[in-house]
Ligand binder design. Sequence first.
Ligand SMILES: Nc1nc2c(c(=O)[nH]1)N[C@H]1C(S)=C(S)[C@@H](COP(=O)(O)O)O[C@H]1N2
Ligand SMILES: [Mo]
Length: 233
Amino acid sequence: MHVLAFCAAFVQSWWGWPGAARADTDYFSGTDFVGKTRAGKFKQFYINYWKPMRRIQAEDWALSIGGMCENPLTLTLEQFQPLPLRTQTSRMKCVECWSAKGQWSGFHFSELMKLCPPKPEATGVVFHCDDTYTEHLSLEDLNHHRTLMVTAMNGAPLSDEHGFPLRVIIPSKYGYKNPKAIVKIEYVSELQYGTWSKIGPYSPDGTILPGTDHPLDLGKTPHRISGGEITDY
Ligand SMILES: Nc1nc2c(c(=O)[nH]1)N[C@H]1C(S)=C(S)[C@@H](COP(=O)(O)O)O[C@H]1N2
Ligand SMILES: [Mo]
């Protein structure tokens, strides 16, 4: 192949040009894997995954709840069906500037505490995710009325990209405190650093600070935010 033609082919495959044919696909489309992406429809709501991971199959998935509790437990997806669902619209804000809004449905963490009560010493949980991501949240934060254990987004079951089959949505905290593709919940008695707070300058608390936001759904135009959950737009 002529070297220029080779370069053109490389640029074409790299940028996805001509755009129209590949507008809604990304690197992981049509594969057994899912991972970080900003392509196609995910330009409107970026996808973060610490590591690419194999898509979770509903029939293979089970959630184990353990750590500081009397009776560790394993729940299948079907066992979640009876839990009362709530729906809320909230914005998720990543510490890396962007934000996006979604309608989230799920159950309250207190439902899991009823099924698997923590020991009195437990003060929080560590979420273990299928891509080896981990994050800690206090029981107080988990029992906040805006915190949801999410199973559906915008009226459809959670996509693999957004964390099928179970994720946390906690709108007052940066995205990194919203773990996805959860496989294990561990009750703990001490605060623990999650994946991002261990390696970067990100506080283990993760409350959204005052500053400037660049909402993907509003053309990334800068919006001032005053800290905590973004409710103005
Ligand atoms: N399992 C897992 N959950 C995760 C992450 C991750 O890398 N792995 N990234 C976090 C970060 S930094 C953000 S901003 C949000 C992004 O959520 P989204 O991919 O649904 O947009 O997921 C959070 N939850
Ligand atoms: Mo993030």
